[in-house]
Design a protein around this ligand. Structure first.
Ligand code: AMP
Length: 387
């Protein structure tokens, strides 16, 4: 029988990064974040005072989190553990109960996500050893996009790269796009199956998804999360010839990786910050590079709205979510500038309020701001996988 998320059936959500571990118990909303594992560790929680000593791996970080949680409730009460796993390749299109075989597949997929899947696996190993007997489920960032058709996921490269090495578009932020498009359909009181939606997840990482009839049919991230929109520190799409040019000019692969992932995007273009608030501030003070960074950021999103309307053959609503999407009315306004011809009419007053619907009543296409909740989505998916 499918259990629903409730205080009788709490789910522990685990999100393990390369040097961080984020743990959250839902629905109690007890959260812990351990940063700089293996170095000068820093722990943030919303319910306890914790100090850190000798935390040099994910397992010891997890142990500290569990000791703190055990002060709040008996750990046996945890119904399941849901792990955020970045790359599920073509194998995983659903949340999946973790077995030894599933672990081996996630490890194999590390070749596609070398920065993400290995730390995700460390989180799973830690949870399996410290909470043995409690079911563990992997929820994949790529899964919601497993419905992409070949025309959207194939790159124009020799086919063998796809068939033998799995090089194709996978897309990420799946739990978020799934969650906000579900909530949008509820808000519009229409089945998601009847809607054509563009979901814009605009945080430090940013991606767009075209969701038609409840399925992701295109998305801006690709084989890796560096593709697509401009992000805080990631470049998004660039001419692949630039990469060849830089390599030929003597840049090493690691330097190129750092350039594209850590030194580009809003930070790289503005030369100021990866944080949108700093960029607006600098632009208001007359900094031209900051203004251009804003324009590139919003222009790319504007273009992708048009692209996805064309891909779906129509558009019912555009959804803004994540740090920038939820909190930055000026970025939303700049993004939507000139899109009235597509039926998108932003209401400036509502855009500056905290309302869900920020389009004018007569706007043919609705414009919605829906806070994302990836953790809740992972918790619900975890219970679904157990059923
Ligand atoms: P996320 O990755 O979803 O946590 O989003 C983080 C980003 O949201 C930050 O880097 C900021 O650029 C942006 N952000 C958060 N709050 C605001 C705000 N009030 N105005 C503009 N940008 C914001």
């Amino acid at each position: 029988m499918m259990q629903t998320l409730s205080s009788e059936h709490p789910v522990l959500i685990v999100n393990a990064g390369s040097s961080s571990l984020k743990v959250k118990l839902l629905p109690q909303a007890l959260s812990l974040l351990v940063e700089r594992i293996g170095g000068d560790v820093n722990i943030k929680t919303n319910f306890a005072e914790l100090t850190a000593k000798g935390i040099d791996n994910h397992e010891s970080a997890f142990k500290v989190c569990l000791e703190a949680l055990a002060q709040e409730l008996p750990l046996e009460k945890i119904t399941a553990v849901g792990h955020r796993v970045v790359h599920g390749g073509e194998r995983f299109s659903q949340p999946t109960l973790i077995t030894t075989e599933v672990l081996a597949s996630i490890a194999e997929l590390s070749s596609l996500a070398p920065l993400h899947n290995p730390p995700n696996l460390e989180g799973i190993h830690a949870a399996r050893s410290l909470l043995s007997g409690i079911p563990q489920v992997a929820v994949f960032d790529t899964a919601f996009h497993s419905s992409l058709p070949p025309q959207a996921y194939l790159y124009g490269l020799p086919r063998a790269l796809y068939s033998q090495q799995g090089i194709r578009r996978y897309g990420f932020h799946g739990s978020s796009h799934d969650y906000v498009t579900r909530r949008a359909a509820e808000y519009l009181t229409r089945p998601r199956e009847d809607l054509k939606l563009v979901s814009l997840h605009l945080g430090n990482g940013a991606s767009a998804a075209a969701v038609s009839a409840g399925k992701s049919v295109d998305t801006s991230m690709g084989l890796t999360p560096v593709a697509g929109l401009l992000m805080g520190t990631r470049s998004g799409d660039v001419d692949p010839g630039i990469l060849l040019h830089l390599l030929r000019s003597g840049m090493t692969v690691n330097e190129l990786d750092t350039l594209l992932n850590k030194r580009s995007g809003l930070l790289g273009l503005s030369g100021i910050s990866n944080d949108m608030r700093d960029i607006w501030q600098a632009a208001a003070e007359g900094n031209g590079h900051a203004r251009e960074a804003l324009e590139v950021f919003c222009y790319r999103i504007r273009k992708i709205i048009g692209e996805y309307a064309a891909a779906m053959g129509g558009l019912d609503a555009v959804i803004f979510t994540a740090g920038i999407g939820e909190n930055d009315p000026e970025a939303r306004a700049l993004t939507l500038k000139g899109l009235e011809f597509l039926g998108l009419q932003l209401d400036p007053d509502k855009n500056n309020s905290r309302e869900i619907e920020i389009s004018k009543p007569e706007s043919r296409v609705k414009i919605l701001v829906i806070p994302t909740d990836e953790e809740r989505m992972i918790a619900e998916a975890t219970l679904q996988a157990m059923a």
